[in-house]
Design a binder for this molecule. Structure first.
Ligand code: NAP
Length: 253
């Protein structure tokens, strides 16, 4: 897909992976719709890229649908949707309140599902279009202390896979980018900084590059870094070995 002149919506564009993705798409000539909550950061990025800023808190009921309506009104059409906005939560599930769990599932799963559902008719009107989901290795492997976060990302992952099957024969490509540990504000924001010595965090630009390839080269699935596919392959083929190893080396970041 050629993104020159395409309208690309990036959620969570005010920070980290989303900001890097927006800049990558801008470099390639896309017209940006930048979503987030932080108005100052969004406006700065909109000014730099000539994009349109749309503010919304995805934890609010109906926010994603309202964003879809605003995008239709302000951009007129949509060629690329990058579902990236998300938040973390770390700690034992027993320390989580019902409201914490609901918020995590709403922001990370219900909102991108709702935004995709609402924008799909517009995407289907385009000769070529793409929807990319930024999921997480946590959603493929499971992580101690991140059970609800992992569940939200696993849900998004299988939503994407199902959508890909549903859209076979249309012009809409569906891609998933599965990052490991990425050097962003994500860990500080969730209240528990990343403290492990390995794996080392990759830069947000590496994930943005994968999102870019998901769009232009129509890649269905990419791990960042690529070696992450190995433990997932072991999990699929030798689950007992995988569980023994992950009980020893896995755990919260
Ligand atoms: N960093 C990692 O190691 C890692 C690994 C795997 C997957 N991921 C995923 O990558 C995505 C981007 O995360 P990041 O690492 O770039 O973290 P980040 O720097 O904290 O960025 C998160 C983005 O999501 C937006 N967001 C968070 N809560 C929101 C809400 N309630 N409503 C609307 N927008 C909200 C933020 O908007 P504001 O800043 O404007 O509030 C921000 O733009 C997330 O889905 C995350 O789960 C991250």
């Amino acid at each position: 897909m050629d993104v020159r002149g395409a309208v690309a919506v990036v959620t969570g564009a005010s920070s980290g992976i989303g900001a890097a993705t927006a800049l990558r798409l801008h470099e390639a000539g896309a017209r940006l719709v930048l979503h987030g909550r932080d108005g100052d950061r969004l406006n700065a990025l909109a000014e730099r890229t000539g994009g349109v800023a749309v503010r919304a808190d995805f934890a609010e009921p109906g926010a994603a649908e309202a964003v879809a309506g605003e995008i239709a009104g302000r951009a007129g059409r949509v060629d690329v949707l990058v579902n990236n906005a998300g938040m973390g939560w770390a700690g034992p599930v027993t320390e989580m309140t019902a409201a914490d769990a609901r918020r995590l599932l709403t922001v990370n799963l219900a909102a991108p599902v709702e935004l995709t559902r609402a924008l799909l008719p517009a995407l289907l009107e385009r000769p070529r279009a793409a929807v990319v989901f930024v999921t997480s290795i946590a959603g493929r492997a499971g992580v101690a202390g991140e059970s609800v976060y992992s569940a939200s990302k696993a849900g998004l992952d299988v939503f994407a896979e199902s959508l890909r099957l549903e859209l076979v024969g249309t012009g809409v490509h569906v891609g998933v980018v599965v990052p490991g540990v990425v050097d962003t504000e994500f860990f500080a924001r969730r209240g528990r900084p990343y403290q492990r010595r390995s794996p080392r965090p990759v830069p947000a630009g590496a994930v943005a590059e994968a999102v870019w390839k998901a769009v232009v080269a129509e890649r269905a699935e990419q791990y960042v870094p690529r070696w992450l596919r190995v433990p997932i392959a072991v999990r699929g083929t030798m689950p007992a070995v995988y569980r023994a190893l992950s009980a020893r080396f896995g755990g919260s970041g």
